[in-house]
Design a protein around this ligand. Structure first.
Ligand code: IDC
Length: 285
């Protein structure tokens, strides 16, 4: 939308695709689109435990099957889609770099040159993982993707659960069309995102909020709805693209759908959690 400046992508993420694949159905995606979303994130846990992609051959096949099914639905509904290598428990992307390399080789061949497909190559590096480790991984994976999709947008995770986006400044990547991930959970980060992200943007670093979720204040126990709304407005002002965590009915505050609701699309306000209501409204704000 050129009249309003650069295109801002907004949408929601699946929960782990191996846990809640049913929410990636075509009619659900269509409803999100009608509500104003233009982006859908498909989170494929890459871990070697809990059914993640690197757990076993069977887990790989199942995850891949579900990922492609849901990516297909998003593309058919004319959405941008993030293919998320959801690194979490394994802490460093270097641990499964060979597996990631062949995954991104295959998946970028499958969606070669499709401008709607965005690659998120490591969700949340954590533990002792440094930006230099992530950089080493990115230097291998990005060229693999670019062989098939020279112009594809690639999102790169940052240290400490994609919260330390500023650490990339020490040695930024030299590829074009790369964005750095910043993940936001208000009860943890509070208002610290404001100076952090403004500092990044002023210096011209592209930031992508590929995950944010509405958690509860650790002291009062109240949902951080006000901070969440302020964050949405901040991202709109700065044209930062985002996907919220997550589209599922798991019994946790981050879910968009109430846990008692079994509908898989056609949701009304009554079916949504406080988080879901805020996020679904934000698609069109
Ligand atoms: C959480 C899910 C939760 C699941 C847990 C472990 O909401 O149901 O049990 O993962 O797999 C992240 C991660 C994201 C987390 C989310 C909330 O990217 O996988 O999902 N979160 O904890 N980073 C910060 C928060």
């Amino acid at each position: 939308n050129r009249r309003n400046g650069p295109l801002q992508l907004k949408g929601i993420s699946t929960h782990g695709i191996h846990w809640f694949p049913q929410y990636g159905n075509r009619l659900a995606v269509r409803q999100l689109k009608l509500l104003g979303a233009n982006l859908f994130r498909v989170a494929m846990y890459a871990d070697s435990s809990h059914g993640g992609y690197n757990e076993s051959k069977e887990a790989r096949e199942r995850n891949l099957y579900l990922l492609n099914l849901v990516v297909g639905h998003a593309l058919e509904e004319d959405m941008y889609v993030i293919i998320d290598w959801h690194l979490l428990k394994d802490e460093t992307p270097l641990r499964h770099m060979e597996s990631a390399r062949s995954f991104f080789e295959d998946i970028s061949a499958r969606y070669a040159d499709n401008p709607a497909v965005i690659y998120e190559i490591c969700n949340e590096p954590n533990g002792a993982t440094t930006w230099e480790d992530i950089r080493e991984y990115a230097q291998v994976i990005i060229p693999v993707i670019r062989q098939n999709s020279p112009r594809a947008l690639v999102i790169v995770g940052t240290p400490n659960f994609s919260s330390r986006v500023d650490e990339v400044k020490a040695s930024p990547l030299e590829f074009h069309n790369v964005a750095y991930a910043y993940h936001y959970y208000p009860a943890i980060a509070g208002d610290a995102y404001i100076p952090l992200l403004e500092g990044m943007l002023e210096q011209g670093y592209p930031v992508f909020v590929s995950e944010w979720g509405i958690d509860a204040n650790t002291v009062t126990g109240d949902l951080e709805l006000e901070r969440a709304q302020a964050f949405v407005e901040f991202m709109r002002r700065h044209r930062i693209s985002w996907t919220n965590w997550s589209l599922s009915n798991k019994d946790e505050s981050l879910s968009a759908i109430r846990s008692e609701v079994t509908k898989l699309h056609g949701w009304t306000d009554d079916d949504l959690t406080p988080s879901g209501r805020l996020v679904f409204r934000a698609f069109s704000e």
